[in-house]
Design a protein around this ligand. Structure first.
Ligand code: M6P
Ligand code: ZN
Length: 188
């Protein structure tokens, strides 16, 4: 079908592959340390997404994606994806890490938040109704592949408004999942 993946890097090649990058300047809302963010270059590349979409007209077809997150931190918070719920909440997704070290942050509709460690070879089933975000806690790039129904859709709005219930931060030289203050306390 004219699509290949380089399993060493996660690079997808094929006519139907679309690529986009997320720079620090587009991710301001997701990081806690706004003062530190101001001192950093907004052009810093945080992650790159490649997606292959089938052209079979099937509304519940399957997409195939690859995402690479650069190593880095904003203050003590590691670089991560924006994170999203699926617009169609019943649509699940599978992520599988191919290189690097990090965590998959999952959150249910009640804001209960937990983390699954990600390392080369770990496979993660993201059940229906769970928001998902990947964090790179390593020294090098973290790459994972993804597949879900093409009609799942991204709901970024609730993440923009309320964030996740916890953040992955470095404390004492290692990643620690730190619960956010209550919504009322955080002034949302
Ligand atoms: C994975 C998939 C994509 C998603 C990407 C980046 O490749 O889940 O659908 O777009 O990760 O995550 P986000 O959209 O949250 O920035
Ligand atoms: Zn998703």
């Amino acid at each position: 079908m004219g699509l290949t993946i380089d399993w060493a890097t996660g690079e997808l090649t094929g006519q139907l592959v679309r690529s986009r990058v997320k720079k620090l300047g587009e991710l301001r809302e997701v990081f806690a340390d706004q003062a530190r963010l101001e001192t950093m270059d907004p052009e810093t590349l945080v992650y790159r997404v490649q997606v292959w979409l089938p052209e079979d007209g099937n509304p519940t077809g399957l997409l195939w994606g690859s995402t690479t997150i650069a190593p880095g931190k904003v203050g003590d918070e590691y670089f991560m994806t924006f994170g999203h719920f699926h617009t169609l909440r019943e649509r699940p997704e599978i992520y599988a890490a191919i290189r690097g070290e990090g965590g998959l942050i999952l959150m249910d509709e009640n804001r209960r938040t937990w983390m699954e460690p990600m390392t080369a070879g770990s496979v993660h089933y993201i059940g229906a109704g769970l928001a998902h975000r990947v964090v790179n806690t390593g020294e090098g790039p973290l790459t994972f592949v993804a597949s879900c129904n093409t009609d799942a859709g991204h709901d970024y709005e609730s993440i923009l408004r309320h964030g996740f219930g916890a953040r992955l931060k470095e404390a004492g030289g290692r990643p620690v999942l730190v619960a956010e203050e209550s919504l009322a306390g955080a002034g949302h």
